[in-house]
Design a protein around this ligand. Structure first.
Ligand code: NAD
Ligand code: ZN
Ligand code: ZN
Length: 347
């Protein structure tokens, strides 16, 4: 089959032919309908060679929707022809975190060398994807496959991040989303759908993204520059934002986050921009907490899909054929994707 692979360190990924995967006992083979393109793939491809935690080549893609093509011996719970979303995080499957569906926080992955699809293991930007266990599959039940693929990460990650800070988002409160890309445009909608916060503000460096933020329900969309923190304070009677979700995570955005967050507020760092947030007196207002969440849980993926079925999520997508995957990554790198790029490997 054809698969889009990061094959040689420092070189651009390319479409290559690899052996057709076959499902072993308990496994499921999916024909991939749609695979989202996440900025984390770019982060991976910019890692120094000695920091990569898996061998190359790597078939990219960790946001997937597919149709069950074959079941390995003993695999049950889904049937051939059924369309499913794939929960992407892989844990040991037996520890307390995994038992709670929190495989994204399994403490044993590094020690056991467990690799998630597209993040070390073979990913979804390919004609077929092998899934280790049916527990990772959530039936789409009528959802649009192309718009659902991004829900497995660009939807799930901000969903998890927002749920963790809902107690801060009371009526009268203000939330800020920094970075209105794949995750951020979902983050704004999730803040609106899940919380009674009075104001949702969005920051980005590109005018089209500010337009997208407004269409996603942001009350104000502001340029992310040296005046942004002052602008957020002006919109909050000088108090600052109760929650800042940073979907960029660079030094510049974290510095701005520290300046715009309110006393007792929360800075959630989702973006992998490699920046630092100083957590010390004088660096952030008193009472501020910060967290670095990773992805979301399996139960939360079912919740995100349920929310999508209720019709309140509008996933903006730009679609590409498998042959056009290089273009999708080029456009992502250039900041040109409005919403999420989605590859249709069999489309
Ligand atoms: P994306 O490329 O789709 O969006 C990034 C957005 O940030 C763009 O709209 C861009 O214009 C904007 N931006 C860039 N610099 C900015 C600045 N200084 N101020 C404000 N906006 C700025 O990326 P994405 O796929 O949405 O991913 C966002 C980040 O989240 C990436 O770092 C990715 O690696 C990370 N991520 C983390 C997790 C996690 O579990 N923690 C999961 C998925 C993705
Ligand atoms: Zn991702
Ligand atoms: Zn575990």
């Amino acid at each position: 089959m054809k698969a889009f692979q990061y094959h040689t360190h420092g070189e651009p990924p390319a479409l290559r032919t690899v052996p057709d995967p076959e499902p072993g006992p308990g496994q499921v083979l999916l024909r991939v309908d749609a695979a989202g393109v996440c900025h984390s793939d770019e982060v991976i491809m910019h890692q120094p060679a000695d920091r990569l935690w898996f061998p190359l080549p790597l078939t990219l893609g960790h946001e997937a929707v597919g149709t069950v093509a074959a079941l390995g011996e003993g695999a049950s719970g889904v049937s051939v022809g059924q369309q499913v979303a794939v929960y992407g995080a892989r844990g040991c499957g037996t520890c307390r975190s995994c038992a709670l569906g929190r495989e994204n926080y399994c403490p044993h992955t590094e020690r056991l060398g467990i690799l998630s699809p597209g993040l070390g293991g073979p990913g979804a930007i390919a004609e077929y994807l092998l899934v280790e266990d049916t527990r990772y599959l959530v039936p789409l039940d009528g959802l649009d496959p192309v718009r659902s693929a991004p829900l497995t990460d660009a939807g799930l990650t901000p969903y998890h991040a927002v749920k963790r800070v809902l107690h801060q988002l009371v009526p009268g409160s203000t939330a800020v989303a920094i970075g209105v890309g794949g995750l951020g445009h979902m983050g704004i909608q999730l803040l609106r759908a899940l919380s009674p916060a009075t104001q949702v503000l969005a920051l980005d460096i590109a005018e089209e993204k500010l337009e997208l933020a407004r269409s996603c329900g942001a009350h104000h969309a502001l340029r992310s520059d040296e005046h942004a923190a002052r602008a957020v304070r002006a919109l909050t009677d000088g108090l600052g934002a109760d929650v800042v979700l940073d979907f960029v995570g660079s030094d510049v955005t974290l510095k701005a986050a520290a300046r715009m967050v309110a006393k007792e507020g929360e800075v959630t760092v989702v973006g992998l921009g490699g920046g630092r947030l100083g957590m010390a007196a004088g660096r952030v207002p008193y009472g501020v907490t910060s967290s670095v969440p990773y992805w979301g849980t399996l139960p939360e993926l079912t919740e995100v899909l349920a929310l999508a079925r209720s019709g309140v999520l509008d996933v903006h997508v730009e679609t590409f054929g498998l042959e056009e995957a290089p273009l999708a990554y080029e456009r992502l790198r250039a900041g040109k994707i409005n919403g999420r790029a989605v590859i249709l490997p069999n489309g």
